[in-house]
Structures are given as structure tokens and as C-alpha cells.
Design a protein around this ligand. Structure first.
Ligand SMILES: Nc1ncnc2c1ncn2[C@@H]1O[C@H](COP(=O)(O)OP(=O)(O)OP(=O)(O)O)[C@@H](O)[C@H]1O
Ligand SMILES: [Mg+2]
Length: 300
């Protein structure tokens, strides 16, 4: 687990298997301060947020009810872009399809399901993919998660509660969600501070944006959330794409990111070698656009 010194805030990797007690004292090797560490799982907390829109963007859910709009590609490439500035970024594959894990070459790794089953600790399940970039993988057992957790009274808070003890170990957490509105998406939204809704510039894609907005609105009394729409897979040569984009811009105005992501063959090529596009070709148009998106989010 990661422990943080109360005084100088230095973080240390600590193997709790070395200690038999759940509550013990340690001395910080940097500032020599002695502080207590409690490894006992915390009581589940279900407090409501302040009734104002949260301006923090620490935990970002990437959601759209429609499939194939580049949710997974956005989590991977935005995460990789954010990590370039030295921030610690955690990507969470919260989708039974496990596409994000597959894209990063993580097959059959322990997932959130094993964490909930207490078969593994959350920090043990998190993989370090490249410097500053971490992944909590998914696997096929995630399909059992909804069934198992739906019996719990606060099943919408399962992800949020699991992230509570580790969220301070990361600067940003990005959650990939499936193209459905059951269990996974509400859990991701309740865990999140901010939502990105990726969408193609296509007539039918509008419906996916509306559905996602409706879920955000339905949750808003309990958990107010800010969101922005990201245009993805944009084809500049396609007239319909340009017309729909200008309509969306009129309707949503500043709810649309200034940065858009173009249809770029380099993206698919990068996925063959299990890499974010900027590690495959740092000058690819989509690589530059995801870096621009990272900057836009940092400045928001
Ligand atoms: N900028 C891009 N240019 C070209 N192809 C892209 C781009 N972004 C994503 N793709 C491709 O589009 C397809 C869908 O992308 P992705 O899997 O990220 O969508 P998704 O919304 O996560 O899908 P699902 O709803 O099934 O989870 C993939 O084949 C991916 O390689
Ligand atoms: Mg996906």
C-alpha cells in the first residue's frame, strides 16, 4: 500500500504483509516524523456532496451510451498525454469488454471484481504500464460484479468507496465505461468529479449524448456533476460531419471542448502494438490533439 507522512506529505510504498497489526506507528525516513498507519478497511461512507457543481477534475468518467465513439481510446490517449507532464495517472477499465486492458496488453489480470470479492487488494491489482501511467484492469469476471453488488443497499457507490483510500495516490483518475447505462455507468458517474462525453459528428450520435446527459441530470440532486462533450473520429473531408458539428456547437456552445479528435489511421496502428498513439508516432494528428485536450482540461 502507499502511505503518506502526515507532516511532509512524502509518499512511500509499504508492504503491509510485513506487519501483523492493522494499526501501527512508522517514522518518516525524510522528516523523521512519527505517525500512525491504519490498514483496517474503512467503514463505508455514503455522504452526499455539497449541493453545488464540483469544479474538481480529479476523477473523470468517460461515458456515452452509444458504442464505438472512442471512449476507450480517449481514456488511454488522454491518460498518456496527462502523464507526460509528470502527473501520476490511473486508468480504470470499468467495462466487461476489457478493451482498455487488451489495448495495454493486460489479459486475465485481476480486476475490480477480485477487489470486491476481497481476493486481492486494490493497490496490488493496479499495474504500472509506463512511467506515471497506471491501469486497474478488467476481465470477464466483471460481468458478475453487477449481480453481486445489486444486492447491496448502496450499489451505486461501490466504485466510489473502493477509490476513497487510493485516490490521493494519483493526480487524475480516468474511468472507461461500457456502452450501456446499467450498473457500470452510474457507478462511474457517482465516483466522478467530471464527465467527458465523447461523440462522433453523426446524426445518431446525438442520441447517445442526450441519454448520457439524462443520466447526469437524474443523478444531479444527489451528485451534481459538470461535463463536456468531445468530438471524436472527426472526418474533415465529410460534409455531413462538418454540418452536424456546427449544429452541435450552436446547441452546446461552451459545453463542447475546443479540441476535437480527428479520424486518424495512426490510432488503429498504435493499438496493434498496445501503445498510446503518442508512443507510436508523436507527430500523429490524434497524438497532438490528445495532448491539446490534456492542456485544455488542465486549464479548465
Ligand atoms: N481518432 C481515431 N481515428 C481512427 N480510429 C479511431 C480513433 N479513435 C478510435 N478509433 C477506433 O474506433 C474504434 C472504436 O474506438 P473505441 O473502442 O475507443 O470506442 P468505445 O466508445 O470505447 O467503444 P465501446 O462502446 O465498444 O466501448 C476502435 O476500432 C478504435 O481503434
Ligand atoms: Mg470502449
Amino acid at each position: 500500500m502507499i502511505i503518506t507522512c502526515d507532516k511532509c506529505k512524502t509518499r512511500f510504498q509499504f508492504d503491509i504483509r510485513l506487519i501483523k497489526k492493522t494499526l501501527f506507528k512508522v517514522r518518516c525516513s525524510k522528516c523523521k516524523h512519527i505517525f500512525s498507519v491504519d490498514t483496517q478497511p474503512k467503514e463505508e461512507v455514503y455522504e452526499l456532496r455539497n449541493p453545488h457543481i464540483d469544479t474538481e477534475k480529479k476523477i473523470i468518467a468517460v461515458c456515452n451510451h452509444k458504442g464505438g465513439v472512442a471512449k476507450t481510446s480517449t481514456v488511454l490517449n488522454l491518460g498518456a498525454s496527462l502523464s507526460l507532464s509528470g502527473k501520476r495517472i490511473l486508468l480504470i477499465d470499468f467495462d466487461v469488454q476489457a478493451n482498455l486492458s487488451l489495448l495495454l496488453g493486460q489479459k486475465n489480470s485481476a480486476s475490480f471484481y477480485e477487489i470486491i470479492q476481497k481476493e486481492t487488494d486494490i493497490l496490488a491489482a493496479i499495474k504500472n504500464i509506463q512511467p506515471n501511467l497506471y491501469l486497474l484492469p478488467s476481465n470477464t469476471k466483471m460481468a458478475l460484479l453487477a449481480k453481486r453488488c445489486l444486492q447491496q443497499k448502496y450499489f451505486g457507490y461501490v466504485l466510489r468507496n473502493a477509490l476513497e483510500p487510493i485516490k490521493d495516490s494519483f493526480d487524475t483518475i480516468l474511468i472507461d465505461t461500457p456502452p450501456s447505462i446499467k450498473f457500470f455507468t452510474p457507478n462511474a458517474l457517482i465516483a466522478a468529479d467530471f464527465v467527458i462525453i465523447p461523440t462522433q459528428s453523426e446524426f445518431l450520435s446525438m442520441n447517445g449524448v442526450l441519454q448520457t446527459e439524462n443520466i447526469i441530470k437524474a443523478l444531479s440532486k444527489l451528485h451534481p456533476l459538470n461535463y463536456k462533450i468531445l468530438m471524436t473520429l472527426f472526418d474533415e473531408k465529410d460534409t455531413a460531419s462538418k454540418v452536424i458539428y456546427s449544429k452541435l456547437k450552436k446547441k452546446y456552445a461552451d459545453k463542447i471542448f475546443n479540441t476535437m479528435i480527428s479520424l486518424d489511421p495512426k490510432m488503429r496502428e498504435s493499438q496493434i502494438i498496445n501503445k498510446p498513439v503518442m508512443s507510436y508516432d508523436s507527430q500523429a494528428i490524434s497524438a497532438l490533439q490528445y495532448q491539446a485536450l490534456a492542456k485544455e482540461i488542465e486549464l479548465m
